[in-house]
Design a binder for this molecule. Structure first.
Ligand SMILES: [Zn+2]
Length: 281
């Protein structure tokens, strides 16, 4: 049954080879046709791309149209085509468009990485009921992976604690962030990561919001925390520089639309009455 709702909806449409459109994906890039479109008509697509076809997944509906992911083993070249990165679509004016590509890419990564059982090595089968792969011989089940990660804005009066990783573009500073360890709460993760990265202790944690970050499959949980004690000592190899910035003398910040920027803009709003930022999606 076709979904009639507007916008992007996750689902598992049935693949009959003619109804709907396909996204062609390989390692966080999508294949664009000569006319700039990223939606490929399904007719003869399987045949045309059969040498590289790894998997087909019904991933949902865009404006009521079924959307399928064609995951390819590698990126075939053609002078008429272009491989477009997921990252380049991050600031797309239509948030539903990025939401769809983000989901497609994460399903593609999962499909590619779970073709064989990690326990006994046998080929995995796809469930027809859930987005799940399972191993018939040993019973292992694999769902699309999400990696929980905290991101926190630490504040001290009119100052915010920002840091830069060696990977960042020149001059850019952002909030502290890090992945949760097994057995840890998100709040425990905030305390541990802030201390490891800067030797600062924090308190009065407040959960703010979350954002799925598909590079490749992070679930960012955003917090605000207040400074408690300590002097900044940046963690070797991880943190190139960390410092307190006055809120009216901020460095180059992450792009709008990221949860890092949202946490900073929200604090500015609460502290100085600047306009309230829009929640990231
Ligand atoms: Zn197995």
């Amino acid at each position: 049954m076709l979904q009639q709702a507007k916008g992007w909806q996750i689902g598992q449409p049935h693949h009959d080879g003619s109804t709907g459109f396909a996204l062609l994906h390989c390692q966080q890039r999508f294949l664009q046709q000569a006319d700039g479109g990223m939606f490929w008509p399904l007719a003869s697509l399987e045949q045309r791309f059969s040498p590289w076809l790894l998997d087909i997944q019904g991933i949902g509906y865009l404006d009521g149209q079924p959307v399928f992911l064609y995951e390819l083993t590698e990126r075939p070249d053609d002078e008429q085509w272009q491989w477009v990165s997921l990252r380049s679509q991050l600031g797309h004016e239509n948030a539903d468009w990025f939401g769809m590509l983000s989901y497609a890419s994460q399903i593609g990564v999962w499909s590619r990485q779970h073709r064989f059982c990690g326990s006994c090595g046998q080929p995995m089968q796809s469930s027809t009921e859930h987005r799940m792969r399972y191993c018939q011989p040993c019973g292992l089940q694999q769902y699309p992976r999400l990696s929980p990660c905290m991101i926190v804005l630490v504040t001290r009066g009119d100052e915010v604690l920002l840091a830069r990783s060696p990977r960042f573009v020149s001059g850019l500073y952002s909030c502290l962030a890090g992945y949760a360890e097994p057995g840890e709460t998100m709040e425990g993760c905030v305390h541990r990561e802030v201390y490891e990265e800067t030797r600062i202790r924090v308190h009065n944690l407040r959960y703010v919001t979350s954002q799925n970050w598909p590079f490749p499959h992070s679930m960012m949980m955003g917090y605000h925390a207040e400074y408690l004690e300590g002097e900044i000592i940046p963690q070797e190899d991880e943190i190139e520089d960390a410092r307190w910035f006055k809120i009216h003398q901020l460095p180059l910040l992450p792009l709008s639309g990221s949860i890092a920027r949202y946490l900073i803009d929200l604090h500015l709003h609460e502290r100085s009455g600047s306009s309230k930022p829009v929640l990231p999606r």
